[in-house]
Design a protein around this ligand. Structure first.
Ligand code: NIG
Ligand code: FE
Length: 420
């Protein structure tokens, strides 16, 4: 057999192996606390796919002459984080608005005077594909460095046919260029662009009649999302856009009840979206509706923190209601400028009273299911892709506990060392 045709094998040994093994579905209730840890564990990987998982003494006999052996030295190894809500492609930054907010201005005030999302739209429209790709590559590295190997990536800073297609082309190009896996979501309904402010119906029609068909035809996005909020898109508009997206075969997500109780969670339940995201203002009726419709909440404490609010979403009530909770960074230049899942784990345990184990379930297997990747990613089990990270600690809880430092030591994507 020529060397190119030979199987490439890797054996991981002596790991505190956090497998997240369990039922082949999102985890709920007490299941969220069961991380399936194998002390002194290991894995055997063939051509990037996990073949065996067990104790080191079960893995060692499988080692072949040319197997690459990785000794984790008893440190924590877990699946690469899956970040199920990000806005990682944009021109410029909003550091000037950050400073204004430090002096007391609010996010909504800044948006009302033409800043906010619109200022990132202006900067993003001004860039050609290559420039936008170069700018966004910086953030790709940040995600990988923090131990994230898959992200959901939204458009939404183009807000014209041409610029939304450009953003989605860039997201699709970034996928696979660096190791980080990108799952593209169309968010043309992120804001009404300045030139349509006085004729918003025409913008909704543009999304439905021109953007969605072009994106579907070019297969540029798997999901469609809408920012449903007072002063942004109403529930009626969101219903129209998401219903049209469904006709094109896209999965549905929604920014719901972020800044006010605006009916987003109820709409998510009515439409049966895959996720309802944010939910800072969702009430008990909204939680019950999400449960009934089997919608997964995606909670984004980074944006609560970065906007200087203390109103975190009601994670405990959602877990107690049996919802398969997900946590994500919401990485974006305005309301959540962090790509760090470890930071999110810290916020979830400190401010939302999720245990470290629940929080880890929320950024791995539960997140993978919202992206239609539950069978391939999010846990370390035979048949899954070998995306895993060796963290610089011996107890998985340290990742949420010691905050503000980098824990990921070696990042493997598809069984190959990407970082470290
Ligand atoms: O998820 N809520 C709407 N979208 C983003 C904010 C984007 C921005 O400010 O640029 C969010 O918080
Ligand atoms: Fe968002």
């Amino acid at each position: 057999m020529s060397s190119e045709n030979k199987d490439k094998t890797l054996a991981l040994v002596r790991a505190e192996l956090v497998t997240l093994a369990g039922p082949a579905r999102p985890r709920v209730g007490p299941e969220m606390r069961d991380l399936g840890i194998i002390p002194n564990g290991g894995m055997f990987v063939r051509n990037g796919v996990i073949e065996h998982v067990g104790t080191t003494s079960e893995i060692e006999p499988l080692i072949e002459a040319d197997t690459e052996v990785v000794n984790a030295g008893n440190q924590v190894v877990m699946p690469g984080f899956v970040d199920a809500h990000t806005h990682p492609v944009f021109g410029g930054t909003r550091v000037d608005e950050f400073e204004e907010r430090s002096k007391g201005a609010t996010y909504e005030e800044i948006a009302a005077r033409g800043g906010g999302i619109q200022s990132t739209v202006n900067a993003t429209r001004a860039m050609h594909d290559d420039m936008l790709l170069q700018c966004s590559r910086i953030y790709t590295e940040w995600f990988l460095q923090s131990g994230t190997t898959t992200i959901e990536a939204k458009s939404g800073y183009g807000l014209s046919v041409e610029d939304e297609l450009k953003m989605l082309r860039v997201i699709n190009k970034l996928n696979g260029q660096s190791g980080l896996r990108y799952v593209p979501t169309f968010l043309g309904a992120h804001s009404i662009p300045a030139e349509y402010r006085s004729r918003r119906d025409e913008y909704v029609s543009l999304i439905i009649e021109e953007m969605l068909p072009a994106i579907a035809q070019q297969k540029l996005a798997e999901f469609c999302d809408v920012f449903c909020e007072r002063n942004v898109f109403t529930t009626d508009e969101a219903w129209k856009i998401l219903s049209a997206a469904r006709c094109h075969g896209m999965g549905l997500r929604i920014h719901a009840d972020q800044l006010s109780l605006s009916g987003g969670a109820q709409l998510a339940a009515e439409l049966g979206t895959v996720t309802a995201d944010h939910l800072e203002h969702t009430d008990a009726a909204g939680i019950a509706a999400l449960k009934k419709a089997n919608v997964q909440p995606v909670l984004l404490p980074g944006s609560v923190y970065a906007l200087g609010s203390t109103r975190y979403p009601a994670a405990r009530e959602m877990i107690d209601a049996g919802l398969a909770v997900v946590l994500a960074t919401d990485f974006n230049p305005g309301s959540s400028p962090t790509p760090s899942i470890p930071m999110i784990l810290s916020l979830a345990s400190t401010h939302m009273k999720m245990t470290p184990a629940e929080a880890i379930t929320a950024v791995t297997i539960n997140a993978a299911y919202t992206l239609n990747r539950g069978a391939q990613l999010g846990s370390l089990e035979p048949g899954k892709i070998a995306d895993f990270v060796i963290h610089d600690c011996f107890d998985y809880r340290d990742i949420a506990y010691f905050f503000g430092i980098q824990h990921a030591r070696n990042v493997y994507v598809g069984g190959k060392l990407n970082r470290g």
